[in-house]
Design a protein. Sequence first.
Lengths: 249, 274, 216
Amino acid sequence: MLMLLFAVGAIWYFMQRARRGQVPTVRPIAGLQATAEAVGRATEMGRPVFYVPGRTEINTAGAAQTLAGLEMLGYVAELSARYEVPLRTAVAAPTVLPVAEEMVRQGYPRGGEPGLYRPEVVPLPSSAQVAFAAGCLDIMHREKVGAAFLIGEFQAESLMLAEGAAQVGAIVISGTARTFQIPFFVVASDYTLIGEEIFAAGAYLSGDRDRLGGLAGQDWTKILAVALMLVGAILVTFGQQAIVRFLSW
Amino acid sequence: MEALQRLDRRWLYAALILVILLPLVKPLGIPLRPRSWTVQAFEAIEAAGPGDAVLLSLDYQVSGAPDIHPQTEAIIRRLMEKGCRVILVAFVDQGAQFAIDLARKWEARGKKYGTDIVVLGFAPGVEAAISAFARDVAAVFPRDVRGNPISELPAMKGIKTARDFKVIGDLATGIPGPAEWIRQVKTAFPEVSLVGNVVTVMGPQTLPYVQSGQLAGCMIGLRGAAEYEVLAKQPGQAVAAMDAQSMGHLMIILYIILGNLAYLATRRKKGSRA
Amino acid sequence: MRKEIPMAVASICGFLVLINFFFEKALPFTKGWVDTLQNWGVVVSAFAMGLAAVNLVFIHARHIARRSPGWYNSLALLVAMVLSTVSGIVFYAAPKAAWAAGLRSLWTYLFNGLLKPLGAAMFSTLVFFIASAAFRSFRARSVEAAILLGAGLIALLGAAPIGELISEAFPRASNWIMDVPNVAGNRAIIMGAAIGAVALGFRILLGIDRPYIGGE
């Protein structure tokens, strides 16, 4: 609970600082910087953009990744509208479907093209894993997508989707915090967002002060966690269990 | 070497199919040594004695079944041999059907449904359902999959919460998986013996939980099933498939090497032109 | 009120679950409320499946009506959906009724005879994607990529029994890679992702982020 309170306190503190004008600087993240480039390249090729915000429900532990993927979907929808390039989004989870539709429906007016939205832009091929992967591969190969964004929580279908997109010549930007899928994305994608970089995406792309401040708070929490680990490891090496007992309390 | 860069992928696929099929027809007999995390899983499950209730959660879909269903079969075979009560549940829709098929299979082998084996069924809601189930089994499953009230089933006698199971085994291909069971069950009931059995690709992420003690053990993929069969002295379909897996791995390694040789040759050629 | 009510519901439910997690012993009455919320979550998930079914019917019916390319696949999907829904409901709703035996065996046939082999076949195509990725993109383009490549090769050889046959060093090296750098890297990413999730949850609880109502 103390760690949670520290995390919340740090996030709140840095959010307030950002609101007062002291916005933290975020290091360049290649995958996020390449987002506009990818959509632009799809526009030049005259091919649609394809987006998958993960495969899990919004009421599971992977919800944070799904929500991060949906945040970025809103930004990509806005870019797609601005560049007037078609966007295709596939979702696998029924609870994600209405949220994804809303993100795309609201992204288009921000990009200046509210009339571009159609319900079939956000289909739900299937909730089953391989049926969903087959549906996405069908969309990618049939429409010859020019850019593919795979941001969220994925399972075994990650390599199918990334490699399938690469096979049609699309630029692939992927990201997940599911550690056992990261290597597949790293190998098969052009850009990969690793771990919490997908949570930073919303802040990074929107430039919103609150979210950027929150990133600084997260980093200070990580620093505290690392400090506790180092001090704890040293103490345990010398037979002192104080930190272990404190954290187990 | 540069010609390799232009090689039609279908030749690679054809060679792979051939190399994987051959050992299935003519086994090579490559020896298999169980790894430490499988031994831990085996010992945790062996702690269940005659009459003890063991819960197996079949949280997998048909797509991952070839990699993980052999684990389920191996575990249940051993538990039936020991005379344990096997309770099957699923928090993934398709898992329930695997459970129903297994119950039918063991009934045909002379085991009594309701006494030796029970299928509670599927509960939607993933982690919320697991949490609710762990706190009150009957609230989530008042009846089993055949419509019997669970209070009337001898296999469910004395089972009210997750702590009443001697061992809980989660067999997962994704979500929910060991992490969800640890969060919802192990955190609330630390005394529960929880074994996490996963597909091969989830292995690296599951091992930290074994190291930290949150999981009593872990079986990973088809090899995990083969190792369990070896430990239980009941070699079966998993052991038989190991030779094919070995040859498949060797082919992938060969493709990686060939791909890199082609890449290096192309880079050298570009370098000599510049 | 269109945005305020969902925000209030999300915040109240989120804080309630959080308070119950930390203060269940001090505030035992919260347990009942949280259990009820979780049961409601289970019910909502079940209804969300119905929503997905409606979406599928809507989209594929349009394909059939417009005779879009591949419309017969949409027809096959809708027929399969109806058959499996009807036979599945009967299977669970009337498990003991003799009259339902025919539909139950249809359900079993659809699952064991079609879904299982099709699912296994689709999943097994993953090996071809792995082969393609191994040949096309698993290249030592940089020092980091070379390290990844080396670790991958050792892990591959250590995972299969043949690696042990070639040399005892492979499974030992593979186990070391799994036990030390893999666990360290996993823990770092898991912790970072967990803190990121805490931050996102905090913003959602306070209503700063509202992705559940479309962002803005």
